[in-house]
Design a protein around this ligand. Sequence first.
Ligand code: DAH
Length: 338
Amino acid sequence: MTEISDIDTVKKEITSFSLDSVDALEAFRLKYLSRKGIISDMLAGIGKADPTERARLGKELNSLKKLATSRFQEAKAELSSQSTYKKSATDDPTLPPVPPQIGSTHPLSQTLEEIKSIFYRLGFTIADGPELEDDFHNFTALNFPPEHPARDMQDTFFIRKDEQNPSRNLVLRTHTSPVQIRLLKEQKPPVRAIMPGRVYRNESITAKSYCLFHQVEGLYVDNNVSLADLKHTLITFAGHLFGKGLKYRIRPSFFPFTEPSLEMDIWWETGNRPGQWMEILGAGMVHPNVLKAVDIDPERYTGFAFGMGVERITMSRYEIDDIRLLYDNDLRFLNQFP
Ligand code: DAH
């Protein structure tokens, strides 16, 4: 049976109950506010009390419940405002703070930054052009004959066909060489620039090839630019990027937009793998037809150009054996490049 004196006792308990931890708060809730708690019990006991007392008991119990509820709410709010601090891993405020997670530069960007800084020191500026190119800039102005296999569906992502005027076909650029054309249309010689950017090829995706990758194009057009200048520039560049003991070779090659054309290989030995020659770039003297396409007199000016693949260089520097790793954004991979 519930009596007024019991209510008073419980009221005192509630008022003095120490609510200084999450555990104490839970004990309080169970003891007073739960369905099996003291206050529920007492409310249930009203039925057995003297009928003249019932109304008063009910009123007193309600205010007791209000008191318990408001103490509970206040203590809960107080504790949760401190909780980030109290609940941290060890509850030890003297520990140094956990450092924030900081991202790192993507290995491709690291290589690109290094390439840019080497050419910056050699006096090259930086230019860029659109990734969505027209046939004229990507092929025709670069002296690709109309039936050249590089225009084939297998390599090029064709975006729009213009039957009336094929020069206006739109493609995803297959190399950065079209930026040479855009730059030479804008700026008369002397021109000395590198042109980094993304390129696209319609190839099947494997460990060695991806549908997009990065190139850095280079161009130097002025009076009396010679093959010796080109060789010197390439050797200086490769020496800076790959280190002093560099072993390289320069081989004749073919590109429609250069004559003569060449390729540069470096001798690559890492870890326990046997050494091998690895091609790092194509280059050559700018073809007279290319200069004519941008209204530059090839009798008066000569130039050299080169183009290199950033993925290939990055993969050899860091011994990455699958190009797709560079595009998966897997943190287990990226975290290895602080
Ligand atoms: N555009 C060529 C390619 O994608 C690379 C290249 C070769 C660029 C020779 C040049 C160059 O500027 O002179 O394979």
